[in-house]
Design a protein around this ligand. Structure first.
Ligand code: PGA
Length: 252
């Protein structure tokens, strides 16, 4: 059975104190969620320390939203994978479309970040997804295939077994426009097929999350699809009740 995951990407929102409050709110309601679902939250770097402290004993796992390409040294403003891992953080989101789009992250950058993640035992949540014009010109499968081949295909089988994939169509992120459950299933099945070309049956074990305007009202339909193993939630993860309502889409 593939691990079901609901992960909250807080992006650049909340103060550290508000983040701790949000974590506590999620922890309080967690008992309503099926024990089969792994809950993960990804606060900003500044919040990782207090949120990790507050998350102790709750069963909620932590992720960072990114990490540096280098291990340490003169890289002003960067935060290394080892610093993140030292706080008990287990995951790192890599290749989010906002980082690809606004900060020019390429496959080259992401291969370096992947290496840093693995040297520090952080499990990558690797994001893929096409832009609107790419879907409109029927290039969405090619774009996603390239994002997988250029980064994920460089991993060893052992590394691959730790990876979580998030399919986030760029046109659906923060726009209120969700992919239909059929569009999500079609792409998730395609992603699994591409991964199987390289890694064989291990691709059956990979959790593939959907992201992009996922909310309590549409999560159940999306998560009911056979290749959708959960969600990477942006906006709706900032309200504990909404985040939990999404996670409750998986029946107890
Ligand atoms: P959204 O963001 O849920 O606010 O659309 C999802 C994401 O970017 O991870």
């Amino acid at each position: 059975m593939r691990q079901k995951i609901v992960a909250g990407n807080w992006k650049m929102n909340t103060t550290p104190a508000e983040g701790v409050g949000l974590l506590k709110g999620v922890a309080e309601l967690k008992k309503e969620v099926c024990a089969c679902v792994r809950l993960i939250v990804a606060p900003p770097y500044t919040h990782l320390c207090p949120v990790a402290e507050a998350a102790k004993g709750t069963g909620i796992a932590l992720s960072s939203q990114d990490c540096a390409t280098e291990a340490k040294g003169a890289y002003t403003g960067e935060v290394s994978a080892s610093m993140i891992a030292s706080l008990g953080v287990e995951y790192v989101i890599l290749g989010h479309s906002e980082r690809r789009q606004y900060y020019g992250e390429t496959s080259d950058t992401l291969n370096k970040k992947m290496a840093q993640a693995f040297s520090n035992d952080l499990a990558p949540i690797y994001c893929v997804g096409e832009k609107l014009e790419e879907r409109e010109t029927n290039r969405h499968f090619d774009v996603v295939r390239a994002q997988l081949e250029e980064v994920i295909f460089n991993l060893t089988s052992e590394q691959f077994s730790k990876v979580v994939i998030a399919y986030e169509p760029v046109w659906a992120i923060g726009t209120g426009k969700t992919a239909t459950s059929d569009q999500a299933q079609e792409m998730h099945a395609f992603i699994r097929k591409v991964l199987a070309e390289k890694f064989g049956d291990a691709a059956q074990e990979t959790s593939i999350l959907y992201g992009g305007s996922c909310k309590p009202s549409n999560a159940a339909e999306l998560f009911a699809k056979p290749d959708v193993d959960g969600g990477l939630i942006g906006g709706a993860s900032l309200v504990a009740e909404d985040f939990i309502a999404i996670a409750k889409s998986f029946a107890k």
